[in-house]
Design a protein around this ligand. Sequence first.
Ligand code: ADP
Length: 260
Amino acid sequence: MIAADLIAENISWGPYKNQPLLLHPTSFELKAGQVLGVVGPNGAGKSTLLRMIYRYQNPLTGRIFVDGDDIWSIPPRAAARKVAAVLQEQHTSFGLTVREVVTLGRTPHRLGFSTPGDRDSEIVDDAMSQLDLHKIAYRDVQTLSGGERQRVMVARALAQQPQVLVLDEPTNHLDIRHQLEILALIRNLDLTIVVSLHDLNMAADVCDVVLLLEAGHAKGFGAPDEVLTETHVSEAFRVQARSEYLSPSNTKHLSFHLPE
Ligand code: ADP
């Protein structure tokens, strides 16, 4: 896997003409291998931003470059070799086994209707090992727990061998152990990653840079310490945020209260 630079240049999106945009022009640059956390309250525009990056919703303005290529001006299959996504609800696996779903990740790399070859099998095996899926390789995906299914979706995305991985709230519905496992995996992958997260402490822990969105506007982009300040978080989420250092690790921790 080879991570690549990701550049978003003034990207915006809205469903209707002459209506307010759901995401106002937003720009940022990620270096190869960086992890970007997209945070903000419900409805802030996080999924809208992510959809443009994984080539689902065409930006109204602006461009997105991965490794120098404008992902909206190359063929969809070529874009799928650059960007993979792990979404919250993917209902594409009816009746398929874990291994079959992970193998779907190879589709953008295959010619026409050719069947998977040895190299594809090796890559699928490797992705399944990374996510510890061999024990359940022949289970119907429908019978899996939420955490197991999430791991399958990540393995499928890895089998796609992208340069950029987009994850939309990957810790949703997972218990704490599985949340930590997914975050540890994200941190260790040699990919450029864009991940939306609700938990700001987790975002600060796992991300190199954070983009804070509020009502479709970027309110901050930079190192977690610079962006996730008491003031920014309190304003964006309309709460009272308090930042304190936890001993013995001396890590910063945000806690939240409703304003009086
Ligand atoms: P977030 O992921 O931060 O919760 P979203 O990007 O899903 O926010 O949505 C931002 C806002 O845009 C929300 O108010 C949502 O209801 C609205 N929205 C999202 N997609 C569409 C659409 N296709 N048409 C109309 N409104 C939409």
